[in-house]
Ligand binder design. Structure first.
Ligand SMILES: [Zn+2]
Length: 463
């Protein structure tokens, strides 16, 4: 949000904020569910029961179509052909993916336009800034039609769980739409367009939980969409206090690794299945659980390779790197994109009857969470890095309940003002009393296993 608009929004009464949230909701609704969305959804509802042979044909033809489009229209892939790093004649089916070099986030970050297909006007493109968990910004372009196609996969996923998207629903969101220092309810805003209540994930604390639960009891959401950590906090509070009476059809979780104890508690308290989903802003992969609980790759969306460190194919049951090729983003086709996440494939057939690839487990990155003085857990901090320019790397370290250090490895054009946006984004989530110190450093230390962590908390706490 623009700074001035943001100040006006926060200064407005809640009723006006509801109207503004609804207006924004209308824009998003149209971007996601307008145009060809329904046509794509009916195609997906038909293809989900194709037998293995037909799924294979569909994957092959989608891949070859995307591959040809990429080598003809995308500068990066054209260059690979010119350099002889891709042999056009050798790539005939999805089995030939291994003949194409793996693509890293770093390559896109260095030159996002090299991955943009020609023929898309700026009016057709949606630009998405994503920082992932590494704290570095990545620019992704998606064309409007492709975005609606991607949302058709979400719609199919909801249908698997009997969800009617028009009924009242609740989202625990990572966006900031409630004043950060607000101490009294409402900690939610209403988007009338989608019958959706946006609940703030950042205001959950022992002091505010009763009002959250009261609101949920009143709304009686048909479904809830949440980060695992947010809905778990609610479920745990209800369980500890013997509260029940909120019975949605399903709870959708995404964006963080869903831990087994979280799933158990959420399912017990809300007496409904947790439907976990895994995807990314780069729009190269869509994985979700089915109604039988199995994690599936949605094959019309793209292909997932499970690779060992040396690039060879991992066996079922083995922990492997996820390398994904998307079929749904014509504006920015990404082939063999290294997700930076770990997963385990499965060779078992699923009782749901779909011939979709199955995944035993998405291990993901176990992101750390921060904790505020009043006991709020703040996970999923990657949105605070959005818009951070000229930074090579950044890391948030929580020293204690009052002090955060933001370490920055500055890029060539870095100015101290850039760090202030991150500081204010952090304060929005952690409260304005949190002290945030910015330190410029030459490098950020890795863990003993060589991993970079964007968020580190030094507070020892019980889970
Ligand atoms: Zn299944």
């Amino acid at each position: 949000m623009n700074k001035i608009i943001e100040q006006l929004y926060f200064a407005a009464p809640v009723a006006v904020q509801d109207v503004l949230v609804s207006a924004y909701g209308y824009k998003l609704y149209n971007e996601r569910y307008g145009g060809n969305h329904n046509r794509y959804l009916s195609e997906l509802l038909a293809s989900q029961y194709f037998n293995a042979g037909r799924i294979r044909e569909l994957v092959d033809s989608s891949f070859i179509k995307m591959f040809r489009h990429a080598v003809e229209n995308v500068p990066y892939y054209r260059q690979l052909v010119r350099d002889g790093r891709i042999d056009l004649q050798a790539v005939k089916s999805v089995d030939d993916l291994c003949r194409i070099p793996i693509l890293t986030k770093e390559q896109i970050r260095n030159d996002p336009e090299a991955f943009l297909a020609s023929g898309f006007g700026s009016g057709q493109l949606i630009k998405i800034g994503t920082s992932g968990t590494t704290g570095k910004t990545l620019t992704i372009y998606i064309d409007k039609d492709s975005r609606r196609r991607a949302y058709a996969f979400f719609s199919r996923f909801k249908a698997w769980f009997g969800i009617d998207p028009s009924l009242p629903n609740v989202t625990f969101a990572g966006r900031v739409f409630v004043e950060p220092d607000r101490k009294t309810p409402p900690f939610w805003r209403r988007n009338r367009v989608s019958n959706n209540y946006l609940f703030s994930s950042y205001h959950l604390s022992p002091a505010t939980l009763p009002s959250y639960v009261e609101a949920l009891l009143k709304i009686q959401p048909h479904f809830i969409d949440s980060y695992p950590s947010s809905i778990y906090t609610i479920a745990k509070y209800m369980q500890d206090n013997g509260i029940s009476g909120i019975f949605p059809k399903a709870i959708i979780t995404s964006s963080e690794t869903l831990l087994e104890h979280q799933r158990r508690t959420i399912e017990e308290v809300f007496r409904c299945p947790v439907a976990d989903q895994y995807g990314c802003a780069e729009q190269v992969v869509f994985v979700s659980q089915c109604e039988k609980g199995t994690y599936h790759v949605h094959p019309e969306f793209g292909v997932v390779e499970f690779l060992r460190e040396d690039g060879s194919e991992a066996e079922p049951g083995e922990q492997a790197r996820l390398v994904c090729t998307g079929f749904t983003n014509d504006a920015m086709p990404l082939i063999r994109y290294e997700m930076g996440d770990v997963g385990v494939r499965s060779s078992e057939e699923c009782a749901c009857g779909r011939s979709f690839p199955s995944i035993k487990q998405i291990i993901g990155r176990m992101d750390d969470t921060l904790i505020t003085g009043d006991g709020r857990r703040i996970g999923r901090l990657d949105p605070v890095f959005k818009g951070l320019k000229s930074v090579i790397e950044a890391q948030i370290v929580q020293e204690d309940y009052e002090n955060i250090v933001l370490y920055i490895v500055p890029g060539r054009d870095f100015q101290m003002g850039h760090a202030q946006t991150v500081v204010s984004e952090l304060r929005k989530r952690l409260g304005s009393s949190m002290k945030v110190r910015v330190e410029l450093v030459d490098e950020i230390a890795r863990t003993s296993s060589g991993k970079f962590r964007a968020v580190v908390s030094k507070i020892v706490r019980a889970s």
